[in-house]
Design a protein around this ligand. Structure first.
Ligand SMILES: Cc1cc2nc3c(=O)[nH]c(=O)nc-3n(C[C@H](O)[C@H](O)[C@H](O)COP(=O)(O)OP(=O)(O)OC[C@H]3O[C@@H](n4cnc5c(N)ncnc54)[C@H](O)[C@@H]3O)c2cc1C
Ligand SMILES: NC(=O)c1ccc[n+]([C@@H]2O[C@H](COP(=O)([O-])OP(=O)(O)OC[C@H]3O[C@@H](n4cnc5c(N)ncnc54)[C@H](OP(=O)(O)O)[C@@H]3O)[C@@H](O)[C@H]2O)c1
Length: 605
């Protein structure tokens, strides 16, 4: 039972009475009893959410596990460690009920609390939802649930999506938030013992290290480069983040306000360096792993590390995390298409990863191959520099404004189950079409009239989910194209090089003295990464290949890999912040002995 206090009983009747709760009395004056949860309702969305929450609590604790009253038939429940020690997304009521009945019984969720800030919102052109956050506890952790309610046919409000996440394990203190000293000072020795070693001090490696130290897990980061941030420092000078600053912070240390809304890549590099200093993370630069072994009986890794190619040290740890820009989503290795007769070309050919700035290039006739973000940024640089610039577009490109991206991000889409997030992305890009009208000429050969056939393409055949190419977030290149300063050559494959430029499969030619291949980056599997970093024996035990699993969750990254004590981290700045928390909690849960022997469930305490 929940006692609801509303400013208006008529609105309560109108909106809630038809809902899920049996409600016999509406009183003007009540004597409050400690045993009845009280909810002060300021608006109708709060009222509907409270009623839904009361229904959910009753469904979750009922003798037969049925969620019919609280979930729609085609609903999604995504769980990030709250009920099972993995990431799972279940779709459709029967599947959800079948999967969650045992984990919920073991976890015994309780102490549900609706947080303020429930919102009634429109997502996409037609759908309206009520979205809010609940906090609750399980027997081992404090958790959060993000619910999205929709009105069902019988007019009651039910969850269309519910995302549950572990926030913190019970009894564990957030050291950084509690203002305890940050990391203990490093004492560099030739033999050292840590609980975790992270390989790679990019955004993911540093975030994971910070999250682990926050939980009190001693962590060493190994970086092969001579300075933190070099992967951002080496990119082209005009590069800045396409997503706003607020979306990009890493855990515990925000980007300084003075960096502006979109952060130049040199500032991202400096921020990463400062991040390590501020938190006192233990990072060894110019460090390369020369040998790795794993002792199954003691669950311990032993790493031999050479520093600046000279001194050698040995480190032992129970957990090893690869964060080298692993590349399962499109990695650090430039993809260079093999275009026939390249040697006949009298000009130069470079990959976009080698391009630094227009002033370094000095070419007059430039062809940029590709139609992703790099291609557009570089073409814009070159055209502004006064070069004759042609952009070669092979497939349709979704061109969206930064404002449209802002709208997507404020919808917290990344937290949604994958299928929902991608459908909403398509719809919002589609809805953004009218405000992005000046960019429409770029959407050549795309299915403008059908949002379900958006040109935004997705990674992998089996689990189409996240756009990895085929889109451009406009920073000004669209205007240069519509004004004719940049020519777009589209609809034809490149056939071969000629001495003066490129020849296409329809026989047409484009003249160039520089061809920039902005053709993206090669993908690698987790197995390949494991082999190159830690050797074939370790790679053999890795069962994940990366990419998307049957639940549309990223396989083997931020999650178990198939090899005990081996983990991978990878992704953009948002992923680094968001998923590093879950990787640290998975390691902590193992350190606390909270998992069943097969590691598929929590042991109930
Ligand atoms: C042109 C371009 C623009 C981008 N713009 C954005 C953007 O605006 N926003 C965004 O969020 N993402 C952006 N990305 C994507 C983002 O940069 C990558 O997703 C991100 O760098 C991945 O982070 P990471 O920590 O996994 O790897 P990285 O940043 O690649 O860091 C890996 C680290 O590991 C080190 N390392 C590698 N191998 C070893 C080894 N064997 N031993 C020790 N250390 C090793 C590397 O030196 C590096 O420091 C962009 C990517 C490109 C190519
Ligand atoms: N400011 C920013 O935030 C920013 C800037 C740049 C890049 N990035 C990120 O960095 C990552 C890489 O981006 P990217 O633009 O370098 O690569 P990308 O998004 O993978 O785009 C590669 C482009 O090259 C084209 N291509 C590949 N092979 C080709 C061939 N043989 N002939 C013609 N075209 C070919 C692709 O066309 P098809 O579609 O036909 O394959 C695609 O248009 C992305 O995640 C991107 O978001 C971000």
């Amino acid at each position: 039972m929940v006692l609801i206090i509303t400013p208006s009983s008529s609105s309560f009747r109108r909106y809630v009475w038809r809902g899920n709760l049996r409600c016999s009395v509406i009183c003007r004056k009540v004597r409050l009893s400690k045993s009845v949860p009280v909810c002060l309702l300021l608006n109708i969305s709060d009222a509907i959410s409270s009623v839904w929450l009361a229904t959910l609590i009753s469904d979750l604790s009922g003798p037969s596990f049925t969620l019919k009253r609280s979930f729609t038939n085609d609903s999604y429940w995504r769980d990030l460690l709250a009920f099972t020690p993995d990431f799972r997304t279940l779709h459709a009521l029967p599947e959800i009920q079948r999967f969650f009945s045992v984990p919920v019984a073991l976890a015994r969720p309780s102490r549900f609390r609706l947080l303020s800030g429930v919102r009634h919102r429109r997502i996409g052109p037609t759908k309206t939802f009520i979205q809010g956050i609940v906090q609750f506890h399980t027997v081992i952790a404090q958790c959060t649930g993000v619910f999205t309610l929709t009105q069902s046919e019988d007019s009651s409000w039910k969850a269309w999506s519910f995302v549950t996440m572990m926030d913190q394990l019970s009894g564990v203190v957030d050291r950084f938030s509690a203002h305890t000293p940050l990391c203990r000072p490093a004492e560099w020795q030739t033999t050292m013992e840590y609980t975790a070693v992270v390989v790679g001090a990019g955004q993911c490696g540093l975030s994971v290290a910070a999250r682990l130290e926050n939980l009190g897990i001693s962590t060493l980061v190994l970086e092969r480069s001579s300075a933190i941030g070099n992967s951002w420092r080496s990119r082209y000078e005009s590069l800045e983040t396409n997503t706003p600053r607020a979306y990009n912070h890493l855990p515990f240390v925000a980007f300084p306000e003075g960096y502006g809304k979109y952060i130049p890549c040199r500032d991202v590099a400096d921020y990463l360096e400062n991040y390590q200093r501020t938190l006192g993370l233990h990072v060894l630069t110019s460090a390369c792993i020369s040998a790795t072994s794993y002792d199954v009986s003691s669950s311990t890794w032993t790493l031999s590390i050479s520093l600046s190619g000279q001194a050698s040290i040995t480190v032992t740890a129970r957990h090893l995390i690869g964060a080298t820009g692993t590349g399962t989503m499109g990695g650090a290795l430039p993809f260079m298409p093999s275009i026939p007769e390249k040697s006949s070309f009298l000009g130069s050919v470079i990959h976009s990863s080698e391009y630094k700035s227009s002033s370094c290039v000095g070419a007059q006739k430039v062809v940029v191959v590709g139609a992703g973000c790099s291609a557009h940024d570089i073409a814009q640089d070159m055209a502004n520099h006064g070069s004759q610039t042609v952009l070669v577009q092979r497939s349709p490109t979704a061109v969206v404004s930064r404002q449209t991206i802002d709208r997507l991000l404020t919808g917290n889409l990344s937290v949604f189950p994958a299928e929902i997030s991608i459908n909403l992305t398509r719809r919002i890009c589609w809805a953004g079409r009218s405000c992005d009208r000046d960019r429409r000429p770029l959407l050549c050969r795309s299915s403008l009239d059908n949002p379900t056939k958006s040109p935004v393409r997705h990674h992998g055949d089996t689990c189409p989910h996240r756009p990895v190419s085929g889109f451009y977030i406009d920073r000004g290149c669209a205007k240069l194209i519509t004004s004719g300063k940049i020519t777009v050559k589209s609809g034809h494959e490149i056939s071969h090089f000629s001495p003066s430029g490129l020849v296409f499969d329809d026989g047409s030619r484009v003249v160039a003295d520089l061809v920039i291949l902005a053709t993206g980056y090669s993908k690698t599997t987790i197995k390949q990464v494991a082999e190159s970093l830690f050797g074939a024996q370790v790679a053999d035990a890795v069962h994940e290949l990366g990419g998307w699993d049957n639940d549309n969750e990223l396989a083997g990254v931020w999650r178990p890999t198939g090899h005990d004590g081996l983990w991978f981290a990878e992704g953009d700045l948002f992923s680094a912040r968001f998923y590093s928390q879950f990787l640290a909690l998975q390691i902590m849960a193992r350190e606390m002995g909270l998992l069943s022997p097969d590691q598929r469930s929590y042991i109930s305490c």
